[in-house]
Design a protein around this ligand. Structure first.
Ligand code: NAD
Length: 470
């Protein structure tokens, strides 16, 4: 079991290039992270390749048991991990934040470990026989973002290891310590070389990882533009890809809802992790009949949700993780103001305060083609668009190039299912938004990416299908 101090000491570099890491809530220096390069990456791939044969050769039960021991190790150090995550990422300890994320890492390690993927008999009719095996791909390269740095890394790591691959992971530059810490804890029990982390710049280390002929599969979660570059990089070696890219999730509220009853669900759908969530509600279309009441209840709920420094146990919303993201949110809210929208809540950041706090912001009576609607804000600013014609709302919801998640809100399940069927997205939730389950495949439609994580499909995605026939 690690304490916060022992964990930080274990991952603090003693040589090489480093960068200072500041708490995004206070601006306080919290530590130093290594900044590694291509030579470090090649050495990590060497270690992963060297370990892969023995890891694959282990009986499946043994690999599964080792993954459970890794989950035990995360559990034992969960407070230290949550504190580090909170200080580096900014998210509070409480609410659906740092402790929740570390708990998610435990669940998303145990469930793939327990999910069976036996040999499938495809045809056996007396004349023909064929069966499907799922072989390891070798070394999986994983690249994760800064919003849920530990959880998303685990989504990439755990299924890959379960299927007999070894892993080299490159965290986002601004949340390297969180991933280094998670890997250090898991490596207390994993065999040497099975799980490796290399920090460094995306365009240097990330680019080298995605174009390496020694990598069997890339698991990437991040923005759509970087994802497109990875598709190009993968062409050289026909590297397999799972791409979880950006989103701009729409929710459609039908006129039959109870506005008071859905306010809390709408709020957390949009503002979980202070809006820095890939599959968060980012555009809310509300029918004119209930528009004013939905806004009223949403604002009433939102204004009482405490935002502040992560280590304060009272807070459940935090700062933006980095200033660049603060600037994106600020620019888009300004665009809404310039376009004549109404700021129903927030929209007035204190630019001189320490930390990257942007207040919880709800924007109403906004043009459906304002930049705050069309671009992914990835922060705590939700545009609420009024509609009268459902077909038009569905058309607006589907008109963007991205399609990660979406939601339909209604008291009539049959009606909600009809509308859900028309949404272009990897997931459509009914009367909630963004809930994930480790057995339910998750991923994007359109330019939100391809491939699915979680469940049996997620295991198959980090394996090479191999038919034995005859
Ligand atoms: P990003 O694309 O800038 O960075 C993601 C990762 O890619 C980082 O580790 C970065 O270092 C690396 N990278 C950057 N350039 C690279 C290159 N040329 N080659 C290889 N790797 C490179 O994204 P971000 O700003 O960290 O994250 C925010 C974005 O991620 C948002 O658009 C959000 O919607 C998306 N996201 C999607 C999901 C999902 O599951 N679909 C989950 C979380 C975040």
């Amino acid at each position: 079991m690690e304490t916060y101090a022992s964990l930080l000491a274990a991952i603090t570099p003693t040589s090489g290039e480093t960068r200072e890491v500041f708490d995004p809530a206070t601006g306080e220096l919290i530590g130093t992270a290594p900044v590694q390069g291509v030579a470090d990456l090649e050495a990590a791939i060497d270690r992963a390749e060297a370990a892969q044969g023995a890891w694959t050769a282990l009986p499946d039960d043994e690999r599964r048991a080792i993954l459970h021991r890794a989950a035990d190790a995360i559990e034992a150090s969960s407070e230290a991990l949550a504190e580090l995550l909170s200080r580096e990422q900014g998210k509070p300890l409480n609410g659906p934040n740092a402790r929740f994320e570390v708990g998610g890492c435990v669940a998303w390690t145990r469930v793939p470990a327990d999910t069976p993927l036996p040999v499938e008999v495809l045809v056996d009719d007396g004349e023909n026989y064929a069966e499907m095996h799922y072989r390891p791909l070798g070394v999986v390269g994983a690249i994760s973002p800064w919003n849920w740095p530990m959880m998303i890394s685990i989504w990439q790591i755990a299924p890959s290891l379960r299927m007999g691959n070894t892993v080299v992971i490159k965290p986002a530059e601004t949340t390297s310590l969180s991933v280094l810490a998670l890997v250090a804890v898991m490596n207390q029990v994993l065999p040497e070389g099975v799980l490796n982390v290399v920090t460094g710049a995306g365009r240097v280390v990330g680019a080298a990882l995605t174009s390496s002929p020694r990598i069997g599969k890339i698991m990437f979660t991040g923005s759509t533009p970087v994802g497109k570059g990875i598709i190009e990089a993968s062409a050289q070696n026909v590297t397999r890809l799972t791409l979880e890219l950006g989103g701009n999730d729409a929710g459609i509220v039908l006129p039959d809802v109870d506005p008071a009853a859905i306010a809390e669900g709408l709020f957390w759908g949009g503002f979980i992790n202070t809006g820095q969530t890939c599959a968060a509600l980012k555009r809310l279309y509300v029918h004119d009949d209930v528009y004013d009441a939905v806004v009223e209840h949403l604002v009433a709920f939102a204004k009482n949700v405490p935002m502040g420094v992560g280590l304060d146990e009272n807070n459940v919303l935090g700062p933006l993780q980095n200033r660049a993201q603060f600037d994106v949110v600020d620019r888009l809210v300004q665009a809404a103001k310039d376009g004549g929208a109404t700021i129903a809540l927030g929209g007035d950041p204190d630019y001189d305060a320490p930390g990257n706090f942007y207040p919880t912001t709800i924007v109403t009576d906004i043009d459906p083609h304002n930049d705050l609607v069309l671009e992914e804000q990835f922060g705590p600013a939700l545009p609420v668009i009024r509609y009268t014609d459902l077909d038009e709302a569905v058309r607006l919801a589907n008109e963007l190039e991205v399609g990660l998640g979406s939601s339909v809100w209604s008291s009539d399940r049959t009606r909600a299912l009809e509308v859900a069927a028309r949404m272009q997205a990897g997931t459509t939730w009914i009367n909630s938004h963004g809930g994930l389950h480790p057995m339910v495949p998750f991923g994007g439609a359109k330019q939100s990416g391809y491939g699915r994580e979680f469940g049996v499909e997620g295991l198959k995605a980090v394996a090479e299908p191999h038919v034995i026939s005859g």
